[in-house]
Design a protein around this ligand. Structure first.
Ligand code: AMP
Length: 427
């Protein structure tokens, strides 16, 4: 049997790393400049951390999308299917609750969901996640959304629009769900099987359906926004006012409901064109009440997560390339057997500050230069009997063709000086 990666998982090959790092370093820069601190929870938690938070009617539970296993101590553990629950568990457990508010935390790492794999939908994928805790002001929702928008724009995505909605407070959601049960209960025969199931468990989720028959029914329904109480409405308008002032483009989407049960009031998504059916780059919203549900004190919060692979897909569609990798400064070519150990030792010394590669067996001149060029090195350094006798290396600038000889001790200084100057001025 050939060994293969598990269905829905993938290897991240060296050529994929630079664009990933570009997104991650952009996120880190934008978020840290806004005082968002990095918190990394473990990859697995006690299962109840997730069952208590995501809600009994979420797809993760209903469709058995969690990777849950029993360990040798008969404990039920689960690979994280989202960050929020673990981050909030850590926030409570480590006493971050006493920090000055708002407490702003970000995380990055793998997420596991036993879903049906397709483009943009994997069983192991990666999220950048943010949680903003301790304040219920719409200013915090707006800051969260604006930072997300800034991260994705700074990565190079253009034409992004935030879809903003509100699911109201629990009593608004309850009233809306009751309305849906009444309206849709009478029209069950027109609904798909998934929507009939959702109607039973969490009627609001019917609005998420992409089924054409369902959509025809949904078009005749009132929306969550029609059920907002005055405070929830004022909050929703407050978020919009901040975003408008800051020039963050958004559209009010009156059918946004989120797949997890814990959301209150603000809910938002950012979608990208051209990456297929799974177009949501990011989802988020407010979740006042969740910290208390996990055993902490009543603490409001708002957060989001974007899927790294979906953002990468959108960046590739848009033709955004990773910044050029730094080229190796030097490729050392041993011209005889004795020089193999010599160039390896020199490489070790120079690597403190420079990228230095070498061949692992003796090479003739032509082959050595070719190898140095293929490695993308700026300089080739030759070492043979002639150079050994005089304690030097023969250098060739592969960009200009210039050749010179340098004593070993002067190499580091020379390379630094040359590489700091732009090519034109070193001619
Ligand atoms: P959610 O926690 O479901 O709101 O997901 C947040 C974001 O994670 C989504 O907007 C996607 O970008 C990404 N995401 C969710 N599920 C998957 C998956 N199965 N594969 C890849 N990315 C995903």
């Amino acid at each position: 049997m050939k060994l293969r990666a598990v269905k829905g998982t993938f290897d991240i090959l060296p050529e994929d790393q630079r664009l990933r790092r570009h997104v991650l370093s952009t996120a880190e820069r934008v978020l840290e400049h806004a005082g968002v601190l990095e918190l990394t929870p473990p990859i697995f938690e006690h299962t109840e951390v997730f069952t208590k938070s995501v809600g009994a009617s979420s797809d993760l539970v209903v469709q058995h999308e969690m990777y849950t296993f029993t360990d040798r101590g008969e404990r039920s553990l689960t690979l994280r299917p989202e960050f929020t629950a673990g981050v909030l568990r850590a926030y409570i457990e480590n006493g971050l609750i006493v920090w000055p508010t708002p407490v702003k935390l970000w995380s990055y790492g793998p997420i596991f969901r036993a879903e049906n794999p397709q483009r943009g939908r994997f069983r192991q994928f990666h999220q950048v996640n943010c949680e903003f805790l301790g304040l219920d002001t719409p200013l915090l929702d707006a800051e969260a959304i604006a930072l997300l928008y800034t991260v994705l724009s700074a990565c190079g995505l253009e034409g992004l629009t935030v879809r903003l909605g509100s699911v109201g407070d629990p009593e608004d959601a309850a009233a809306y769900n009751a309305y849906l049960r009444r309206e849709l209960g009478a029209r069950q025969s027109e609904l798909s099987e998934t929507s009939r199931e959702r109607l039973r468990l969490n009627p609001m989720r019917v609005l998420d359906s992409k089924d054409a028959g369902d959509q025809a029914v949904i078009a005749t329904l009132k929306r969550p926004l029609d059920f907002l109480n005055p405070d929830a409405r004022a909050h929703f308008e407050g978020v919009q006012a901040f975003l408008t002032t800051w020039g963050i483009p958004f559209e009010v989407d009156d059918s946004i409901v989120r797949g997890l049960d814990y959301y209150r009031r603000t809910a938002f998504e950012i979608h990208a064109a051209g990456i297929g059916a799974q177009s949501a780059l990011c989802g988020g919203g407010r979740y006042d009440g969740l910290v208390a549900a996990l055993g902490g004190p009543e603490t409001p919060g708002v957060g989001w997560a974007f899927g790294l692979e979906r953002v990468l897909d959108a960046l590739r569609e848009a033709g955004v390339r990773a910044p050029e990798a730094a080229r190796p400064a030097l490729f050392l070519v041993p011209m005889d057997d004795e020089a193999v150990a010599e160039v390896a030792a020199l490489a070790f010394r120079l690597r403190q500050n420079l990228t230095v590669l070498h061949a692992y067996a003796k090479r003739n001149l032509g082959k050595g230069f070719k190898e140095a060029e293929r490695a993308g090195a700026r300089f080739a350094g030759l070492r043979g009997a002639r150079e050994r006798e005089r304690g030097v290396y023969a250098l060739k600038d592969l960009a200009t063709g210039e050749q010179l000889e340098l004593p070993e001790g002067e190499l580091a200084g020379f390379l630094h000086e040359r590489l700091e100057r732009p090519l034109a001025s070193s001619l």
